[in-house]
Every structure is written in structure tokens, then in C-alpha cells.
Design a protein around this ligand. Structure first.
Ligand code: GLA
Ligand code: ZN
Length: 692
């Protein structure tokens, strides 16, 4: 049965390849614009994102609109078989607007209003900004929503940041009134405001966090972050509403980025397709190897795919350097293709860049682009890009294929916010993201597909759910996890879980709060360890996972009591020696594991997840041994599996296939039994599902 989903645009049911294109910077250079089209075709590009920062070129004076240049660009695209994501230009506004309506400018935490400048510098509440945005968006939609070249909306650019103006303060208070049902008493309790006499006696007393004001009320901090996130999403919703009716079939996206400020899982709900901008700093520092970075990038790709459980778009990536790293290194040979196809391996139906042509001036003039200031195609970067274009042109059958993951990792925005805000066991670094990555990386090394989901999402589609440092968990979601395990699911939690609830109040009655029954333990005390401190996890003989050995542990340790769980391993030293450090609780038809300390060694996690996934009946992409730093990822249409073997190890590697029949997707030839992967090498294989 085919599991294939429709392409992002029915007009272009192919792998998309292209870049941000800013022709408004080049209007005085007509020969450049002509040459661009020729070179786009030469590079195998079929899509460009246009208009992202074009506001002043579209509305040079208030109410005066100039579309001819954009008409010309889009018409030329249509004549040449190039498609466009048409942007709404709200990411930066014209100077005339800031001059006439200062309220559109953002007020920072220190309560000082910004001057005109930069970008992403606007208030998401300002009625003027909303009005101006809606007007221009509607003009664009009226003119271009049915243009043959246009295949989707690119709403604004990398939404983010926060505004503390009076309009936003009032909106925050209204938001709180709605959340706490008009009761200040409820709010004061939820925020534990009696602490340091912070109790509010009127709504007007509530202000957003400020460096010279309130920063110590965690419930306020958390609600403010939620409000900022919702406000931003609401602004995006407002932008979408302005264009939608002109052509309801035109898909809408906004380019996300791994920033802190917005709950992307919520933002994704109002979009038709998810897109994101990936800028891994390959070959960055001596101690930051490409394998770790590849796994981190993979985790992000998986998360963006999991928002909608369907293909996403890689909206931006750099074809060569960036201009913002402390040191900007070139991508080593092979890395451009490998990292571009890595996105496809995890579910992207596009490879797009920032940007097509390097700006001649201003801050991004040295940011990598497909075309350098030299202006011709005889460059290493252009050849790399053209090679990716050629490869993508051969992957049309992969468009719309899915990744059927049986394992999920929980990654919640509010957990992340709360954990970072908490003052407690290890202020020098709790390392939340690194912990998530530590667990994810083992599955990546094993070639096991993973979805990255929220604790409010449907868990029942997974055989294994992993919750690294689930510090914030509501009673309700705790109960859902308990039910999931009772009904046969496998769950793994770590130290520093089940500590606070939805408003950042500690769970009473013993940690891990609502996960206590599921895990069958009580975590009596948790401590942070100094960098010099080392404890260890010693596996029991004959433990239920058949694990063995003795692994160093560091940074965080928890003293736990068994309340129904069995110990699979114990602490090695200190006064912890002999106390349980890894446990298993059998609950109903399921199993729940708890890791009480941060094991240092990556090999432990590989052993752990090899054993847990085998027990849970979770398959790997290939039943083959994968060398360290080599992964296999899967996309499928239900009839054919597409396997992406990727070598990030920095050395040559080979993989012995598992005996099934494979075709090399690029050559069309039968794959050898032993597949050779050069440094930064990638091999794409195809197999019939029926063989399995
Ligand atoms: C972001 C922005 C782009 C560009 C790139 C540079 O992703 O969306 O406009 O500034 O960064 O890396
Ligand atoms: Zn504001």
C-alpha cells in the first residue's frame, strides 16, 4: 500500500532546489538579473524565495505600491521553469514607517524603545504594524496568488524576539486574565507570589520580566515566554489571514530556526508545511567533532518532520561559509552534498540556500552564496551546488515519502524554558539539549528512526518513548505516560524528571511527581557534581537487559528508592555506592526504565538502546553493523524503502549490507554487498519492502 503523501505543491512535484533571491538589491544591474536566470538553470535550481526583505521596494512611500520589478522577476521565472516561494516582507520595515509610527518599533527588556534599524525589530501587538502588514500582504496576494510561478507563501522571516511596550504589557495582562479565569488569587498561587512579598493586588501591577525589575518569579518568567510565543504565532496567523482567501490552495510556511523564543510545535499547527533554516558549523572546533554536530542536526531535522509527520522543507542552508561564526571554515569536499542530502534523508523535500547571489554591500556581503562576487559558475561552490541539483533531479520518486519511526524522544519548549530558569542543583550547566542529544545520538548511530515530539502528543503510535530530563511535566501528561506504559509501551526517563508542573510549582509528595508510579521509584535527593567529580554505573550480573560493564558517570546524580522497580545497575562510589542507578519497572503490559545519573560514555547509550529496542521489537533501518559516525536513515512509500547511508566519521568506512537486494539510487545498478563510503560520503539505496 502506498504511504506517499502529496508534494508540497502539485505544480512542482519534484525535489525543490534553490535559494533566497534578493533581486531588489540589484535593480541597477539589469545584466545581473538576466544572467541569474541562466545560472539558476545551470545549477539545477527550480525554486527561489523572493521578496523576503523587499518592503521598501514594494511600498517606497506610504500607500504607494511598486510591483513592476517583482512582476518582471516572477514572469521571467515562469518563462524559465523556475518556481517561487513568495515572501511577505514583514521581517524588516521601511524607515518611513518607523519615522511616522514609532509604535511599530520594539521596546527591549530594559524598557527602551529601539531606533529604526536592523531587522526583526517590530512589535507584534502594534495595531499600526498589523494593519500595514495586512495591507501589503493582501496587495501581494491579490496580484500574485495565482501567478504560475508562485508555489507557496513564505510568511515573514525567522519570527522571534519579544517586545515590552505598553501595548504588549496590556496584552500580557489580558492573556493572564484569561488563563487564570480573572482570579489574581489563582495567579498568585500559581506563581508562588507570596515569596519575597511579590503578591499582586491588581492586574496593573504585573509587568513583563525586566533586568531592573522582576526576574525571580519563575511562574511569571514561564508565562511571559508562553505569551511571547503565542503573540508571535498570533501575528503569523494574522499575516496568513491576509493572504489566504486569494488562493486557499497555496501552501503557507514560515522559516523556523532553532531559537528559543517560540514554541515551534504550536507554530507548526497554523502552517501547511514546516520549513527551517539549518546552519551547522561543520569542521568548527577541535573538540566539537562533525559526528556530534551531524547527530544534533539530524535531531533537528527529525523534530521539524515530526511536527506534522510529513515532509518539510530545508528553506535555508549555506552553500559555503556563513558570516556570523567566530571562525568561518569552508565545507570540506563532500560535505555540501552530504549535509544537503542529510536533510532529505530525514524528510526534507527541498534543499534551499541563503542565498543565491552574494550582496555587494552591508553585513551579509561575505556570507556564502551560490554565486560569489566573481559572478560566474567556475567555482568550487557552484559545482558543488550543481552536483546537488543533479542528484535531487534523480530523487523525484522520494518526494512525499515518509519516515515511520517507532521511537520518540520528548522535547518540550516549556520544559526547556523552565529547566534553564531554575536555580538549583547545577547552575554551571544542566545541559538539557546535550542530554537529549546524548540519548538521540545512540539511536542515530544504530540507524533507528526517531520522531521528536511533545509530551502532549499521541504516544500510542510508538513502541518506545524516551524522556531525557523531563523536569516540567503536568499531572495530566504524567497520567498519559502512565497509561501508555500500562498498555504496553516502553518508556525511559532520567534524573531531574517530574520536578515541577505547568506553572513551575514543585510537585508535592516526592519526585518524580506524576511519573513516580510509572517508574516505580522515589527520587529522594538530586545533586550537581563538580566537573572533577566522577561516580559510576556498575551493571548487575544477569540484569534484565543483559548489559554488562562499569561506566563513568558525572555532573548529576540522584539518590533513589525502589518502589516496585528492580535495579539493573548500581552506583560505583562515594556514599552512593551500592544504591540503584538504573532501574526497570514493569507496569501493566509495559516497561519503564529510569537512569538516575548522567553516564559519560557514548558507548553506554548505544548498548542501552540496542538492548531496549531489541526487547521492544523495534527494527533498524539496516540489520547491519554501522561503523561509528555512520548512520542509516529511512524514507518509504510503503512499497519501496529509500536508505540514506551517511558517513560523518571523518574517515573512510564501509557497510556490509544485510543480505537483501539493494539498488544504488544514483547509478541505478545493483549495490555491492559491501558498500564503500569515502570521507563525507553518502550512498542512497533502494529496496523492495516485500523482501522483509
Ligand atoms: C538567517 C536569515 C537569513 C540570513 C541567514 C544568514 O537564516 O533568515 O536572512 O540572514 O540567517 O545565515
Ligand atoms: Zn509591543
Amino acid at each position: 500500500m502506498s504511504k506517499k503523501l502529496p508534494a508540497v505543491s502539485s505544480k512542482a512535484p519534484v525535489m525543490l532546489h534553490g535559494a533566497d533571491y534578493n533581486p531588489e538589491q540589484w535593480l541597477r544591474y539589469p545584466e545581473v538579473l538576466r544572467e541569474d536566470i541562466r545560472l539558476m538553470k545551470l545549477a539545477g535550481c527550480n525554486v527561489m524565495s523572493v521578496g523576503i526583505f523587499s518592503w521598501v521596494s514594494l511600498e517606497p512611500e506610504e500607500g504607494v505600491f511598486t510591483f513592476d520589478w517583482l512582476d518582471h522577476v516572477l514572469d521571467s521565472f515562469a518563462e524559465n521553469g523556475i518556481y517561487a516561494f513568495l515572501a511577505t516582507p514583514s521581517g524588516a520595515r521601511p524607515a518611513w514607517m518607523s519615522e511616522k509610527y514609532p509604535e511599530v518599533l520594539r521596546v527591549e527588556r530594559n524598557r527602551v524603545r529601539n531606533l529604526h534599524g536592523f531587522r526583526h525589530n517590530h512589535c507584534y501587538t502594534s495595531p499600526v504594524y498589523r494593519d500595514k502588514t495586512a495591507t501589503l500582504n493582501a496587495k501581494l496576494a491579490e496580484r500574485y496568488a495565482h501567478h504560475p510561478a508562485v508555489i507557496g507563501w513564505h510568511i515573514s522571516n525567522e519570527f522571534g524576539g519579544e517586545c515590552h511596550c505598553d501595548l504588549c504589557q496590556n496584552a500580557f495582562r489580558e492573556w493572564l486574565k484569561a488563563k487564570y479565569k480573572g482570579s489574581l488569587d489563582e495567579l498568585n498561587h500559581a506563581w508562588w507570589a507570596a515569596f519575597w512579598s511579590h503578591t499582586y493586588t491588581s492586574w496593573e501591577q504585573i509587568d513583563s520580566p525586566a533586568p531592573h525589575g522582576e526576574t525571580q518569579v519563575h511562574g511569571l518568567n514561564l508565562d511571559w515566554r508562553r505569551f511571547v510565543s503565542e503573540r508571535t504565532i498570533d501575528f503569523c496567523r494574522h499575516e496568513i489571514a491576509a493572504v489566504r482567501d486569494f488562493n486557499p490552495d497555496l501552501p503557507v510556511t514560515t522559516n523556523m530556526h532553532m531559537i528559543d523564543g517560540i514554541d515551534y510545535r504550536e507554530l507548526a499547527k497554523i502552517l501547511d508545511v514546516v520549513s527551517w533554516d539549518a546552519y551547522p558549523e561543520w569542521h568548527y572546533t577541535e573538540n566539537d567533532d562533525d559526528v556530534r554536530l551531524a547527530a544534533w542536526t539530524a535531531l533537528n531535522h527529525d523534530m521539524f518532520r515530526s511536527f506534522k509527520h510529513k515532509p518539510f522543507l530545508l528553506m535555508e542552508s549555506t552553500p559555503s561559509l556563513t558570516n556570523w561564526q567566530s571562525v568561518s571554515k569552508l565545507k570540506r569536499p563532500g560535505m555540501h552534498k552530504l549535509s544537503s542530502l542529510q536533510a532529505v534523508a530525514h524528510g526534507s523535500d527541498s534543499v534551499q540556500y541563503f542565498q543565491w547571489r552574494k550582496s555587494r554591500g552591508s553585513s551579509e556581503k561575505f556570507h556564502g552564496a551560490v554565486l560569489d562576487h566573481s559572478g560566474h559558475a567556475e567555482t568550487r561552490v557552484f559545482r558543488d551546488v550543481a552536483e546537488v541539483g543533479k542528484t535531487l533531479a534523480g530523487l523525484t520518486e522520494v518526494v512525499g515519502t515518509v519516515t515511520p519511526a517507532e521511537t520518540a524522544i520528548l522535547f518540550d519548549w516549556d520544559n526547556r524554558w523552565a529547566i534553564k530558569d531554575a536555580q538549583g542543583i547545577r547552575n554551571s550547566g544542566l545541559k538539557y539539549e546535550e542530554t537529549v542529544l546524548q540519548h538521540y545520538r545512540a539511536l542515530w548511530e544504530l540507524g533507528i528512526p526517531v520522531d521528536v515530539i511533545g509530551s502532549g502528543d499521541d504516544l500510542t503510535r510508538y513502541k518506545l518513548v524516551i524522556a531525557p530530563m523531563l523536569y516540567l511535566i503536568s499531572e495530566e501528561n504524567g497520567q498519559r505516560i502512565e497509561k501508555y506504559v500500562e498498555q504496553g509501551g516502553t518508556f525511559l526517563a532520567t534524573y531531574w524528571s517530574g520536578v515541577v508542573g505547568e506553572t513551575d510549582l514543585c510537585h508535592l509528595g516526592g519526585f518524580p511527581g506524576p511519573l513516580r508510579r510509572t517508574l516505580g521509584i522515589w527520587a529522594e535527593e538530586t545533586e550537581g557534581l563538580h566537573s572533577r567529580d566522577v561516580n559510576g554505573l556498575v551493571l548487575n550480573a544477569d540484569n534484565a537487559l543483559k548489559l554488562s560493564g562499569d561506566y563513568d558517570a558525572h555532573e548529576i546524580a540522584e539518590l533513589i528508592h525502589l518502589e516496585g522497580a528492580e535495579a539493573l545497575g548500581y552506583y560505583r562510589s562515594d556514599f552512593y555506592a551500592g544504591q540503584p542507578a538504573l532501574t526497570l519497572n514493569k507496569l501493566g503490559a509495559g516497561r519503564a526504565y529510569h537512569l538516575a545519573t548522567r553516564v559519560k560514555d557514548a558507548a553506554f547509550y548505544v548498548e542501552l538502546y540496542a538492548a531496549i529496542t531489541a526487547k521492544a521489537g523495534i527494527g533498524r533501518v539496516l540489520e547491519s553493523e554501522l561503523p561509528a559516525g555512520v548512520t542509516a536513515q529511512l524514507r518509504t512509500d510503503g512499497e519501496h524503502d529509500y536508505i540514506f547511508l551517511q558517513n560523518f566519521s571523518g574517515t573512510e568506512a564501509s557497510v556490509t549490507l544485510d543480505g537483501l537486494v539493494y539498488t544504488d539510487l544514483e547509478s541505478g545498478e545493483a549495490a555491492p554487498e559491501v558498500v564503500a563510503l569515502p570521507v563525507n560520503g553518502l550512498v542512497m539505496l533502494k529496496r523492495k519492502v516485500a523482501q522483509k
